[in-house]
Design a binder for this molecule. Structure first.
Ligand code: 5GP
Length: 179
């Protein structure tokens, strides 16, 4: 299936049914790993908003849900390696189990920056969950990365929360750039 977002063409890479199935598996795993604890799920906006919603719907442990907002692509199709901090976590995370939920890990710079920033607030643990990972793009390894939905090639993708020039977030599936 093909679609156009702004001035670029995309084709379907991962249909929503596959995302749903994998998210249920991840939720089950998190439920088992954090049984008896009540972690804080912290979504990294904007791209993770749909993933966070589907993930928490499938969790059978009590969680608190919050968000922080960072930006690094600024309307283009490649990481700028510059991170803009738009808004911070407002929950006190000291002594708590924190699960950071990201849409996609590309170079790893954004998560590295965020984990370093949050570690000084002394959470009990920090664990990272990402829907997508581009293993060939990683520049900084993230020890805390434990849950990965899908590994994809080094290609620009949109849909299911991910944008190109703020468009394409509502596509129900992951679409990769063609041409
Ligand atoms: P990193 O800091 O790991 O290089 O990049 C992480 C951020 O870059 C993601 O949270 C996301 O906002 C953006 N990003 C990375 N790859 C893609 C992509 O293929 N498509 C879109 N839309 N955003 C991406």
């Amino acid at each position: 299936m093909k679609t156009r977002v702004a001035d670029l063409d995309f084709e379907l890479l991962i249909p929503y049914e596959q995302l749903e199935k994998r998210i249920r598996e991840i939720a089950k795993q998190i439920g088992e790993d954090f049984e008896g604890r009540s972690p804080i799920i912290a979504g990294i906006l904007t791209g993770s908003f749909l993933f966070v919603a589907d993930l928490v719907k499938n969790l059978d442990i009590p969680v608190e849900v919050t968000f922080t907002k960072l930006a690094s692509y600024f309307g283009g199709t490649a990481s700028t390696r510059k991170i803009r901090d738009d808004f911070d976590l407002t929950i006190d995370i000291k002594g708590r189990h924190l699960i950071l939920v990201e849409d996609i890990v590309d170079t790893g710079n954004t998560l590295h920056y965020l984990v370093d920033k949050l570690r000084v607030r002394e959470p009990a643990t920090i664990t990272v969950c990402t829907l997508l990972l581009k293993p060939n793009a990683i520049e900084v390894s993230i020890e805390e990365l434990k849950y990965v939905g899908f590994e994809i090639d080094n290609q620009f993708v949109v849909g299911y929360g991910l944008d190109y020039r703020e468009q394409g977030r509502s596509l129900m599936g992951i679409y990769q750039r063609v041409g």
